[in-house]
Design a binder for this molecule. Sequence first.
Ligand SMILES: Nc1ncnc2c1ncn2[C@@H]1O[C@H](COP(=O)(O)OP(=O)(O)OP(=O)(O)O)[C@@H](O)[C@H]1O
Ligand SMILES: [Zn+2]
Ligand SMILES: [Zn+2]
Length: 860
Amino acid sequence: MLTGEASHPDISAGPIPMPSAVPPQRPSDTHRTDTRSSNTDAAQTDDAQTDDAQTDDAADVAGSLSAPGFFDTSDDAIDDLTKSDGKRAGNPDAQHVTQGQLFETDPPPWELTVDEDVAVASVVFRDAPYGPYDYRIPPELRDRLHPGMRVHVPLGRRKRPTVGWCIETKMGNKTGKTLSDVAEVLDDAPLCDRPLVRLVTWMSHYYQSPAGQVFDALIPSSVRASAGTRERTYLSPSPASADESVVDALPAKQQRALRLLIAAGKPMTSSQLMVHAECTAGPINALRKKGLLDEDTRREMATSMPTRWQTSDGEKTESHELTDDQSNALGRITAALDSAAAKTLLLHGVTGSGKTEVYIRAIEHVVKFGRAAIVLVPEISLTPQTRGRFERRFASVAVLHSQMTPAERHFQWQRIRRGEVQVVVGPRSAVFAPLPRLGLIILDEEHDGSFKQDSQPRYHARKVAYARAQSLQIPLLLGSATPSLESWYATQSGHAELISMPSRVGNRPMPDVQLVDLRIKDERSRGGAISRQLHLAVTETLREKGQVILLLNRRGFATTIQCPSCGHVVACPDCEMPLTHHRDGGKAVCHYCDYTIATPPWCPECRFDGIRYGGLGTQKLEVEVKARFPEARVARMDSDTMRRPGSHQKVLSAFRSGELDLLLGTQMIAKGLDFPNVLLVGVINADAALHFPDFRAGERTFQLVTQVAGRTGRGNRGGRVIVQTFSPEHMAIQAASRHDYLQFAQAEIANRRKFNYPPLGSVARIIIRGAVEDVTEATANSLMLRLESARERLGAEVRLLGPAPPPIAKLRGKYRFHLLLQSLDPLQLGATIRMATKTFKIPEKDDVQYVIDIDPMDML
Ligand SMILES: Nc1ncnc2c1ncn2[C@@H]1O[C@H](COP(=O)(O)OP(=O)(O)OP(=O)(O)O)[C@@H](O)[C@H]1O
Ligand SMILES: [Zn+2]
Ligand SMILES: [Zn+2]
């Protein structure tokens, strides 16, 4: 039984298990949002803080909230997140023992004096990586300040008060020092509840990102800035107007307005009064000047929110009778819900097996008990189709998406927080939706790369969802036809429960996949991208009035612009990567930084007239398709054609209604689409991503090919797939062609085991960037030395690689180097980085920054 609040342990009660320090003395005002730079080491303070760096570092490592790895860690780590950790917090001389006695600490060498009568707030900041720092709460602020509110406090030598977030209030100053006072409380009510505050501190620790930045990711800026509210000035009669003789001496229009306002008995805005008194602003302003009106300015919620989304794309309301696979899956999910345990479930259902219906039924079960659910989807799947499916089945759905205005975002956030919403559907940031009675978190297409944020804090929504579900003791449901190896491995190691849906709804067969070997000359088409076989298949499909999807995962027209005479390749001056030629507008564009120039008509090096466009992008494919199949109605979908809000849904509904015959595009056409009349899917070049210098290259290729192949055979007319490749024998492509996830997963796990790559071990990456190449490299080298010595001091088993230039060795004018860390134990890995960077300083003149990326999803 899913019961009420009581069955969910209250994790909000206890203090946050992170050590506190006094405010730093040498802070920095010049911190950049996404990076640690030269002098940001705010925790670098006086006396005991640095006297014995080893004790201090180790205490920090151990006393902090341990970072749970994704499934692959001991339950102790999770306990840290779920339990109020009273025995640790504020008791720095306790013996902190984590895995394998690794971080046992000596008692600190100084005596502590505890002042029990002082009310203390622990505060974290945006640009101070360490902390929290303790401040005294003056008596007049004691009742007003709660965790989750912002405060103004003095920080180091800064002249102006700094904004910080209060994460804990407590009695007793245990720092042994005199604390500075909280200067001001900035919010009337907490911006997030205790469990979310705890999630922030966990994320800050695990991702090694300042907690203030994590708060910024958690709370929409419009909420922080209280956008969506507006100031309105209300008018009421002033005391002077009580004198009848004064009122009578007025011009007629002014009299009428004033009498009306007195009669109304409640304040009005001047525009309301103008309507009622049928006058212009003139008489009202005159009354103001005479002091006959009192003004009161208030901030109010703007009430009605316009929405720019259409809700339906013509699909009928559906409530299917469940297939056997679906009922079995639902049964196991409801069992998990009823057990009120923090179970992780992986729903592995082949494409078209009806996973969405299972999600909806599971949420119905949650809603029945007065609870709510979050459904995370890849941003690109936030189509009206997905949205409609949820909106038709639940009374109150909040859909979050990136094209919302700040006011809309604010409005939805408030609704969610007030408990008015049953289901939140949104991309990765929706994992933070402040639902007061959350009962289930779902990640659809859980393997999708968009769940990882590529700016600070570099979190993965799956891991954050896992942490949030654990802390609330609720189930986490992951769903995919091509699960990430992380989630798959969790089912093999007993950390997650596997639920399989091996067949399609209605027992439809999986589509036939045919591989075309592009190494064989006869298979390639002369001067084109479409092989003979694919050409034939498209022709047949169009003749049968079926629809076609063609996947090419590269936008633009030509991917290199090269001089055949001297060999010069036109490249980005800031990134040194080849520019891509875009035919619309004749532009050459850098796909890494958007640097754009007019495509040069001759070679900029040798002036040779006859520069060549090599490589294939979607624009060139579109030209070829239109030439080969002139009668077909074709649309292209990639991030160039889909810039305008709504263009995505426009093309998809045209395709659904049969106004288009052929859809070509990048991976955005590979996901989630459910169109029964698609009889053919063509993959133009399956190896495009296969030979990337990234251990996930095979996994990505398998996922992409399997997912796009899954777009066909979803109706009663069958479907087939043609995959063009230069590597037909590659395991990922072989497995995808047979729809054999298991074969792929087993072979790939074996590959990863050789190097302890995730999911077997953990990886972190540190990117160092700067304007001067050798200074940047020298910084990378000295950071490496620090990592080596931290590893030694901790006795941590961590492999260190680098520094080396990554594939993108220069980006936006900055040289880049990276370091890779690898370990079987995420705790040791995190601790090594923490110790190495804690006191790492880069001289300001070097202008070098570094970024820590825990569990990186790409190595570029
Ligand atoms: N029990 C059912 N009976 C009939 N049709 C169903 C049933 N369940 C789902 N469907 C329909 O089957 C189609 C496929 O379902 P859905 O899109 O949920 O599959 P999926 O597993 O999410 O696939 P993919 O991973 O490819 O996105 C949809 O059109 C859906 O309406
Ligand atoms: Zn040339
Ligand atoms: Zn560039």
